[in-house]
Design a protein around this ligand. Structure first.
Ligand SMILES: NC(=O)c1ccc[n+]([C@@H]2O[C@H](COP(=O)([O-])OP(=O)(O)OC[C@H]3O[C@@H](n4cnc5c(N)ncnc54)[C@H](O)[C@@H]3O)[C@@H](O)[C@H]2O)c1
Length: 354
């Protein structure tokens, strides 16, 4: 019988809770690779780890992040780490883990929280969760785009608070997708999935930019490759779908906003770091662009007193693009499968090539 001890936070105190048990293994627990799971992950992934009989794992059994000090202690001697996007996996953490560490498996498709150079240098393999979240993120992006462009949050507020008088000709008018040009910055899996969904709204034209043309994906949605400048100039709706990298950090700044149309709607479901938020605030508050919908910000959570929250034309969501039960479970299952395959020295279902 394998016994796993789980820890959880309770008012900041560490508390040991009843052990979870998994049966059916012959190997002594102490000989199994040690794994640390940095957050309470959805049940599908946990079941895979429990039933594998391949690892002894300890989990930070909480919805809130494990304190860094605790994390640094817990990873010591681990062969595997299953993490989420709030944990910085950097040199300090890898040093704390020590030379046994073979695999880091993140329950995310984004990998900007991982120091890839440090991982590569140490020969540590990395698993991530592309594809399984694409539909959920694309769906949410469309919802956010419509909520922003058709001013849904303002409208429900007006309806609830007495602002709804008679039917008025231009009251709460927004911008429609029909006959529009939709621009995509970063035409990857999610960018294509967003365009596939938007097609049915009678979009006139899709344009995109990326590090280079991606004809195989662009052909699927009949999108035209343009420069970043042209993307800004031509788009009625601009969806940001690129990875956060040193090159894309702050790429959505005054330079970009100042080239955009007055009626343009800016949507970001990638990472907060791609946007210069001071510049975005200026662009929104001065009417340089019509509206913005953000699922991601810097920092997260965005403080409630942040100026962006004062703007009616800015819709802010708390990083929920992949938040469907199905998707979060699939992400945890894939993260667990990646971890186990990596520890066995086998091909991971989804490995990030370093
Ligand atoms: N909001 C959320 O909850 C959520 C969920 C999933 C993914 N994401 C974010 O979405 C991003 C995209 O996911 P994906 O699965 O489509 O990834 P992907 O790798 O398929 O697509 C990313 C695209 O960005 C492009 N890109 C990279 N650098 C660029 C640059 N300098 N200029 C222009 N384009 C550049 C890549 O070439 C690629 O085509 C992830 O990196 C992640 O950060 C956010």
């Amino acid at each position: 019988m394998l016994v796993m001890w789980c820890t959880r936070t309770a008012l900041g105190r560490l508390q040991r809770i009843a052990p979870c048990t998994v049966t059916g293994f012959n190997r002594a627990m102490s000989t199994l690779p040690k794994v640390y799971v940095t957050r309470k992950v959805p049940p599908d992934g946990l079941d895979i780890l429990r039933k594998s009989g391949q690892v002894q794992f300890e989990m930070w059994d909480s919805d809130d992040p494990v304190p860094r000090v605790e994390l640094l202690k817990k990873v010591k001697g681990c062969e595997g780490i299953l993490c989420v996007l709030t944990e910085k996996i950097d040199a300090q953490l890898l040093n704390a883990a020590g030379p046994n560490l073979k695999v880091v498996s993140t329950m995310s498709v984004g990998f900007d929280h991982l120091s890839l150079d440090e991982l590569k240098k140490r020969g540590i393999r990395v698993g991530y969760t592309p594809d399984v979240l694409t539909d959920s993120v694309a769906e949410l992006t469309v919802a956010l785009l419509l909520a922003t462009s058709r001013r849904l949050i303002e409208a429900t507020h007006e309806a609830k608070t007495g602002g709804w008088g008679t039917w008025r000709t231009l009251w709460l008018c927004g911008h429609e997708l029909a006959n529009s040009t939709v621009g995509i910055l970063g035409l990857g899996r999610i960018g294509v999935a967003i365009a596939e969904r938007l097609k049915s709204f009678k979009v006139k034209k899709f344009i995109y930019t990326d590090v280079a043309p991606r004809p195989e994906l662009a052909n699927m949605i009949e999108a035209e490759y343009v420069s970043l400048d042209e993307l800004a100039k031509q788009s009625d709706f601009l969806a940001i779908c690129c990875a956060l990298t040193p090159e894309t950090y702050g790429i959505c700044n005054w330079n970009l906003f100042s080239k955009m149309k007055k009626n343009a709607i800016f949507i970001n479901t990638s990472r907060g770091g791609v946007v210069n938020q001071e510049d975005l605030y200026e662009a929104l508050s001065t009417g340089l662009i019509a509206g913005a919908g953000l699922d991601v910000t810097t920092p997260e959570p965005l403080p409630t007193h942040h100026p962006l929250f004062t703007l009616k034309n800015c819709v802010i969501l708390p990083h929920i693009a992949s938040a469907s039960y199905t998707t979060r479970n699939s992400m945890s299952a894939l993260a667990a499968d990646n971890l186990l395959a990596g520890l066995r020295g086998e091909t991971m279902p989804k490995e990030l090539k370093l």
